[in-house]
Design a protein around this ligand. Sequence first.
Ligand SMILES: Cc1ncc(C[n+]2csc(CCOP(=O)(O)OP(=O)(O)O)c2C)c(N)n1
Ligand SMILES: CC(=O)[C@@H](O)[C@H](O)COP(=O)(O)O
Ligand SMILES: [Mg+2]
Length: 626
Amino acid sequence: MSYTLLEQINDPQDLRALPRRSLAALADELRAFLIESVSRTGGHLSAGLGTVELTIALHYVFNTPGDRLVWDVGHQSYPHKILTGRRDRFPTLRRQGGLSGFPKRDESPYDTFGVGHSSTSISAALGMAVAAQRAGIKREVVAVIGDGAMTAGMAFEALNNAGSLDADLLVVLNDNEMSISPNVGAFSSYLAKLLSSRLYNSVRQGADRTLKILPPIHELARRAEEHVKGMVTPGTLFEELGFTYYGPIDGHDLDALLATLENLKRISGPRLLHVITKKGKGYAPAEADPCVYHGVTAFDLGTGKMEKKPGGAPSYTQVFGDWLCEMAARDAQLVGITPAMREGSGMVAFSERFPAQYFDVGIAEQHALTFAAGLAAEGMRPVVAIYSTFLQRAYDQLVHDIAIQKLPVLLAVDRAGLVGADGATHQGSFDFSYLRCIPDLVIMAPKDENELRHMLYTGYRHDGPAVVRYPRGSGHGVALDAELRALPLGRGEVLRRGRETAILAFGSRVAAALAAGEVLDATVVNMRFVKPLDEALVQEIAERHQFLITVEENAVAGGAGSAVAECLAARGCQLPLALLGLPDHFVEQGDAAAQLAALGLDRDGIVRAAQALKQTHSLVPKNLAL
Ligand SMILES: Cc1ncc(C[n+]2csc(CCOP(=O)(O)OP(=O)(O)O)c2C)c(N)n1
Ligand SMILES: CC(=O)[C@@H](O)[C@H](O)COP(=O)(O)O
Ligand SMILES: [Mg+2]
């Protein structure tokens, strides 16, 4: 396909110079470019296909970047990136040093707010609107939020605040009835009711008439009158929150979008425009299965077939999903909870086989944990599957609702460590650090997928809160024991006895440590538990070796190695110590294996660190050694 129009757009100014009649053709080109480009690089596809017309209309009507456009999550922002001067960089999408998969403030002035996690857009946009008001600047601030992202408490907190502040804020609710999988919950049903209402039908049938002939002020007056008369219009929920509600309108109808946005631009105060879009729009395989095409690897344009991931070993995620089914079959008290990540967390089979024990609570990590706490308080055995990065959202719920009450909730923390293409917003870099300070929490990290099963079982049987954290991607292809067994709490295992140097390894770094141990003839320990830490083993190892190294796929700051250092200090053990882990800066997107190597966390990096430690301390007089 040729991109005659698209190639003229290097900035939204160029877009705004186009005649309206060209915009539909531009939308076709933009969509085709998006599909072609993502078919080569992989990335988030179906959400962006649904926002093509909306993106064009927003940049056409609003004077971006002076007017602020704030995307929620940001996985739907590829059309926005293409139209804002980054088309040529699409071959680098989500690669090391390339274009980010999410809006990023340092990438473009059009990316007004950095995202990756959901449901932040209304809060951020409200902040911007209030700041503009205070500074006496007249600007439009527009938040674009999906129906999935709207299920989060944070979105409602922002609506609640915005409605009372009377700020000039436009919220565009992009409703495609999908989160990653079909959207869930009562709010989603409410939106579906709006969609099937007479209002939508009449607006659809007479979009031009309604929106072009009626000046906005009349439309507003009509709504105010309805409101006063108590006529229950479906927009009332938003109106009760202080927003003027418009819609629903067809988010692929450029004429309707442009006319409506122009009208809304002339009105002040909090406004909400409800647009209906189709996730995957314009690419048949993605329309047929928007969930599969939510995030894709490279694929064949003609067939839609995705490239197979290399390696035959099952992923940790799959092993977790299978374990969950196995336990649920044994124990009717088990409930599995996901905050809107059924596919990513390996819970599809569980949801189908055990629907009565399965809960998708929406994008609501905080609620997921407190909901689990309530279930546990009544004797159920909840398992919450959650990504490390999204657990950050629910910290107080973990401390206040689960840990203090010692409730038996098992957290299966996936995507712990580096995740690759999603970059800094999604790295699971911090969970050891933020978890290990919580009293009584049991924290485990498996060396392989077989140990994952035993750890999950151990955590499930433990009469208190427990966490098992494991990485994104494939396991090692080891055989899985048929029998599940509970591991002794707080006990590590010595995998290899060597001389001089000992490596205490945690979770995903055990294999690299073992390989380094072979090169160095070092002792290697699979520590298994970050909490309770095997302090006796740490002391014994410290006493028998001259050099100690810890290695983990977590920030060094406050991580598992820090726990070892604290233990050594408390027990009066002094020996040269190197803590290997993630650095004190945000790790951007890239190939996770390459990044681990670059950060010195693969075999060679550990060998180098051991040699450097020895070198440094052989140069220091013994009484000054650390
Ligand atoms: C806090 C948080 N939890 C989970 C996710 C994972 N996630 C990314 S997109 C998405 C679905 C978003 O649905 P919606 O807002 O409706 O956008 P759509 O993809 O339908 O356009 C989810 C659950 C996330 N990014 N942030
Ligand atoms: C945008 C978002 O948050 C998710 O789509 C995320 O990218 C999924 O990551 P995984 O591919 O690791 O499941
Ligand atoms: Mg959606």
